[in-house]
Design a protein around this ligand. Structure first.
Ligand code: NAD
Length: 271
């Protein structure tokens, strides 16, 4: 991925993809990434592996996670794919136990698996979908953090990065379940960060704006223009921050909920 240009809308400024973390920086560390079969999670898994970490790619889509892991292993180093539904706490506990069995430790976790739900206003929002979005996007992060923190405490430290969203910082009409879950991830991140800061476990969250991944299946033209930078992000522009937060350069950063949104949190683009 490094150095490859990415096709962008004509209005976007040209840029080159940057390495997510310095080569060798994470050598000897073990990382778990959920929602790693595609999009932001796959980009993080690749970035962590490029920096030297052994990586477990976990996803509901076990086949795609395994394919992505093989491709990463061929280019970088140890990487394996595993199937998991993060909304199932027993499956999550089993996954973390397997990571430790296989690699001996867990240093880095990116809790990133998520689903968008449907577009409907609150009074009409299907309760079944509400429950699933909360189960995956909020409880899934909680279950992962419980298992990861339990392990990291026995090792004396670790770094956790949760994927929240711009929807953790402001409301989104038609997406109440998603916004409620992502606001929840922000609160969970800050609270747990305070609980474990003294034990050497750093816990942060990233809040991407619009990112060009499989999750985005609508016409983004107007929304891209609302971002001051004028385009959607490439997944590596999010994973670069995740990898930085996972590494020692971020040793004084915990409890941060960081927008990576082309300026959208600062305000709307000039009309
Ligand atoms: N794409 C965006 O614009 C955007 C913006 C802000 C936040 N996010 C967040 O980024 C994260 C990653 O999304 P993405 O954009 O890369 O989308 P994506 O659809 O490419 O990736 C999401 C991955 O999560 C997996 N997944 C879904 N439910 C799961 C479950 N229950 N258990 C395990 N894996 C599961 C999917 O199979 C998929 O591989 C999500 O949490 C999403 O809410 C995305």
């Amino acid at each position: 991925m490094v150095g490859r240009s990415w096709p962008l809308p004509a209005r976007a400024v040209a840029f080159r993809l940057q390495p997510a973390a310095t080569m060798g920086e994470l050598t000897g560390r073990v990382a778990l990434v959920t929602g790693a079969a595609a999009g932001i999670g796959a980009a993080t898994a690749r970035g962590l592996a490029a920096a030297g970490a052994s990586v477990v790619l976990a996803d509901r889509d076990a086949d795609r996670a395994a394919e992505e892991a093989s491709s990463i292993a061929a280019e970088h180093g140890p990487a394996i794919g595993r199937g998991v539904d993060v909304a199932d706490p027993d499956a999550v506990d089993g996954l973390v136990a397997e990571v430790v069995d296989r690699f001996g430790r867990l240093d880095i976790a990116h809790n990133n698996a998520g689903v968008p739900g449907v577009t409907a206003d609150t009074a009409d929002y299907p309760r079944r979908v509400w429950q699933r979005v909360l189960d995956v996007d909020l409880s899934g992060v909680f279950y992962c953090m419980q298992a990861e923190i339990t392990r990291m405490r026995t090792q004396g430290g670790g770094a956790i990065v949760n994927t929240a969203s711009g929807a953790a910082l402001r409301g989104v009409p038609g997406a109440a379940a998603y916004a409620a879950a992502k606001h929840g991830v922000a609160g969970l991140t800050k609270s747990a960060a305070l609980e474990y800061a003294a034990e050497g476990i750093r816990i942060n969250a990233v809040c991407p704006g619009l990112v060009r991944t499989g999750m985005i299946d609508f016409d983004t033209d107007g929304f891209e223009r609302a971002h001051p930078i004028g385009r959607a992000a490439h997944p590596t522009e999010i994973s670069a921050m995740v990898c930085w937060l996972a590494g020692d350069a971020a040793s004084y950063v915990t409890g941060a909920v960081l927008p990576i949104d082309g300026g959208l949190t600062a305000g709307l683009a000039r009309p």
